[in-house]
Design a protein around this ligand. Sequence first.
Ligand code: NAD
Ligand code: 3PG
Length: 409
Amino acid sequence: MSPTSLDKSKIRFLLLEGLHPSALQVLQAAGYSNIESLSGALPQAELIERLADVHFIGIRSRTQLNAEVLAHAPKLVAIGCFCIGTNQVDLQAAQEHGIAVFNAPYSNTRSVAELVLAEAILLLRGVPEKNAVAHRGGWLKSADNAYEIRGKTLGIVGYGSIGTQLSVLAEGLGMNVLFHDVVAKLPLGNARQAANLNELLAASDIVTLHVPELPSTQWMIGAPEIAAMKPGAILINASRGTVVQIEPLADALRAKKLLGAAVDVFPVEPRSNQDEFVSPLRGLDNVILTPHIGGSTLEAQANIGLEVADKLVKYSDNGTTTSSVNFPEVALPAQRGKHRILHVHRNVPGVMSEINRVFSDNQINVAAQYLQTNERIGYVVIDIDAASSALALEKLAQIPATLRCRVLF
Ligand SMILES: NC(=O)c1ccc[n+]([C@@H]2O[C@H](COP(=O)([O-])OP(=O)(O)OC[C@H]3O[C@@H](n4cnc5c(N)ncnc54)[C@H](O)[C@@H]3O)[C@@H](O)[C@H]2O)c1
Ligand SMILES: O=C(O)[C@H](O)COP(=O)(O)O
């Protein structure tokens, strides 16, 4: 019996944006060798060119996999976002092409929370400004506008994985925690959910943002929201660059309405370390500017490499889609002596009858079948006799609603 899965040496992986070597190690240990790793993101035209024969791509937050790029990726089976955010991928277009998307939803939450707390402490003491002045030969020894973090109110916008982790750490430092979320959330410790964003803005000494990039979070902090903050408050954004309007923020910092700010993410970010960083916030001494490194610790990156690479291997090797962000979740144990068909299809009436007709019309015995659907697509894993898999694959590929179809083992 000949193996029907594509030979592992022919399965191409393209890893972008300097993924941690742990990702490569997981892929190699699973038998994959056709792997190209690049340190930066690619411009759209080059991305499209390279995706022509790539089966799996690994990216971080910079690589834009929009509908046009995905339309030019005929062999792409899955995308690994080696980070939390998946806003850089058009998840709906990926679904429509039958491409599964995976991420690492928890691996860098601690790293972000630690950075935010460190920034809050430094900004409350005026350290960024005092440091900048000292570098220019000045000496700003003064207790003016320098405060302890103990007893201050931290306002967390978005009480998810990062927001809750931060909440616990902040209370450990003696802070009061207020949070705002669109969903009613169980407060941890003594934290309290604010009635709305304005209540949080008016009551917080430090406002920190931890919402995903969504249409509803775009530019959610602009001039009116900054005006609603306490005079002398601090704003921290380590979420996404589209959440805060930069010009009103720069104005408020210049006018000393805000004591300081820490910004890790920007509406436009350089594609690589070789490109220039351009921002109206440059040159403001009371602002900590960091190059999108909230999740960039070796611990987080190593864990992300292991987690996402493992998800790609499991999907490639046996079709498991557990914790995919855009695919129905299916996990079936492998069966000895059987071949496995993975069929992704548009979720339209009658499609399962057509699929099952392939087996009944061709007298193919089905040993196991597992279907999961969401609004748009269905994903069915079918184990059948090895001798029939080539015929089944050919017939299933002809069903008009088929998006992707492959056979394993
Ligand atoms: N700077 C970095 O390096 C870095 C690292 C990790 C994550 N991030 C960003 O941080 C974001 C948050 O990460 P997370 O793991 O905590 O995500 P999460 O999904 O666990 O939590 C997000 C929370 O925001 C809430 N939310 C959504 N829309 C909202 C709105 N309009 N107003 C208030 N709350 C709203 C959600 O209900 C959820 O509780 C990620 O989506 C990512 O974009 C940045
Ligand atoms: O979404 C995330 O996890 C962060 O924004 C980190 O992105 P990065 O991997 O590009 O640093």
